[in-house]
Design a protein around this ligand. Structure first.
Ligand code: TYD
Ligand code: MG
Length: 459
């Protein structure tokens, strides 16, 4: 095989040259030249005719069968669901998350589960020694003759070993550690990461082998630079959590094989990540039912509703400018809710510091949780608790009106399952939502405005 050539391409104007220079000679932009590998020249150029057997022809859609591809079942239910129901052969999955969050642990558990089901698995470790990985596998009870370990960072060898072994699943931990020595840039650079990923993905597609890559998140929160990998792979999963809490959320942010925003909940324990089958119960476990400044929101995490406690504390400020602190909700959303409470409800917040916290370190992004945030604040300011058996659902508009929330029936059912007897929902909701699917044993209070919701919810 001819050795691939490298060249440098300007990301601004597309100018191509053989040497790196700080400034693009064509458009004059600084630091825009990126190293790329040129494909070796093929006889007849790029568009050479392929033999007839290799040329795909168009087929009518009914003749194309989706069930030709059988997914590999995965015994870890929460992970399987996030992937869209098992592992897709030939699919590339990127798992990323903060260091120490448990990516290697989760993948080792997955490797062990797949090995136990009878497939061979190759775990490529570029960061830890074979001994360290073995120790982790022992701790997780995952040592199995079908599970192979390769501790290497040289991509040529990794690809050669995969070709020789033809495993049923390949895991590369991590993509930033491996490198191609054809490139002059160092391991972990954008060029290296992109080229190595492209090679591995091609190998996965050709061999119909599922591929899992670990990608580290950079300081800016991107995976190896400006999300270079996310558009290359089929599925992107984030493993999230809080260093001070033991639970972990596995979230799909992109999935060509299933729905996105699906979330799996795990708890990190002495023998690895355990699935949490009832996460709402876990998030509410330490709640003090009649304390002021606490309200229950029901955000939808993926397709699953979760019950979470929102806490607020308002205290008279010692500063000229009162402080606002948001933990687990968007800061600007807090400012908006506080402004609506001041202007439309007449709550005096100009001399109050406000702290809002979502219990358990969870992050809620949905505006449907606005009402719970607002009530936690009002409850703290007035020092009156929100009814202990009440869930709050609704987005707050700038006029102080309550706006409807999607999938109300599913959220209310989850609240009812956990013993909540009442819920405040937006009045407009009934027109679109299927009210017949609301749980029977729940008292549903419809409020048109934030003002009405406050009247109904505070005891
Ligand atoms: P690890 O999977 O190495 O994280 P990552 O690959 O994302 O960097 O896991 C890191 C943490 O998990 C480490 O602090 C130890 C802890 N851990 C447990 O609590 N229980 C376990 O069974 C294992 C294997 C790890
Ligand atoms: Mg790791």
């Amino acid at each position: 095989m001819p050795k691939p050539r490298t060249s440098f391409v300007c990301t601004e104007c597309g100018h191509r040259q053989t040497k790196w220079t700080g400034r693009c000679p064509k458009c004059g932009a600084w630091n825009t030249l990126q190293e790329v590998i040129e494909a070796p020249e093929t006889p007849g150029g790029k568009h050479r005719a392929r033999p007839a057997g290799e040329r795909p022809a168009p087929r009518p859609l009914p003749d194309i069968r989706a069930d030709d591809i059988a997914r590999i079942p995965l015994a870890i239910g929460e992970m399987s669901r996030v992937l869209g129901g098992g592992i897709m052969p030939g699919g590339g999955v990127l798992i990323s998350g903060d260091p120490g969050i448990g990516k290697s642990t989760l993948l080792m558990q997955m490797a062990a589960a797949v090995a136990q089901s009878g497939l061979t698995v190759l775990y490529v470790s570029g960061e830890e020694s074979a001994y360290q990985v073995k120790r982790r596998a022992e701790r997780l009870g995952g040592v199995h003759p079908n599970l192979f370990l390769l501790a290497d960072v040289d991509l040529h060898n990794i690809l050669a070993q995969i070709a020789a072994m033809n495993p049923g699943l390949v895991i590369v931990d991590s993509i930033q550690a491996v490198y191609l020595d054809d490139l002059s840039s160092s391991a972990g650079s954008v060029t290296q990461v992109r080229e190595c990923t492209a090679h591995l993905l091609r190998m996965a597609k050709e061999g119909n082998t599922p591929l899992f890559l670990v990608g580290h998140v950079t300081k800016e929160g991107n995976i190896a630079g400006p999300r270079v990998l996310e558009h290359m792979v089929d599925t992107v999963l984030y493993l999230e959590g809080d260093r001070f809490h033991s639970y972990r959320l596995l979230r799909s942010v992109k999935n060509r094989f299933g729905s996105t925003n699906e979330v799996g909940v795990f708890e990190m324990g002495p023998s690895g990540l355990q699935e949490v089958s009832n996460p709402s119960e876990m998030f509410l476990a330490e709640r003090l039912p009649n304390a002021s400044g606490s309200a229950i929101a029901v955000p939808l995490e993926g397709t699953r509703p979760l019950l979470v406690e929102v806490q607020a504390l308002a205290s008279t400020t010692a500063f000229a400018q009162p402080r606002r602190t948001a933990n687990g909700i968007d800061f600007n959303r807090l400012l908006l809710i506080a402004a609506v409470l001041g202007k439309r409800v007449g709550l005096r917040l100009s001399d109050q510091d406000i702290f809002v916290n979502v219990v358990g370190g969870l992050k809620i992004t949905e505006p449907g949780s606005d009402l719970a945030v607002a009530l936690a604040i009002v409850s703290s300011v007035r020092n009156r608790p929100v009814a202990a058996d009440m869930a709050l659902l609704g987005e707050i508009g700038l006029s102080g009106e309550l706006r409807s929330v999607s999938q109300l029936a599913r959220r209310l059912t989850e609240a009812s399952k956990l013993g909540f007897k009442r819920a405040v929902i937006p009045r407009s909701a009934g027109r679109h939502a299927r009210t017949d699917a609301f749980p029977d044993d729940m008292e549903i209070i419809r409020a048109r405005s934030l003002h009405q919701a406050i009247e109904a919810a505070l005891t």
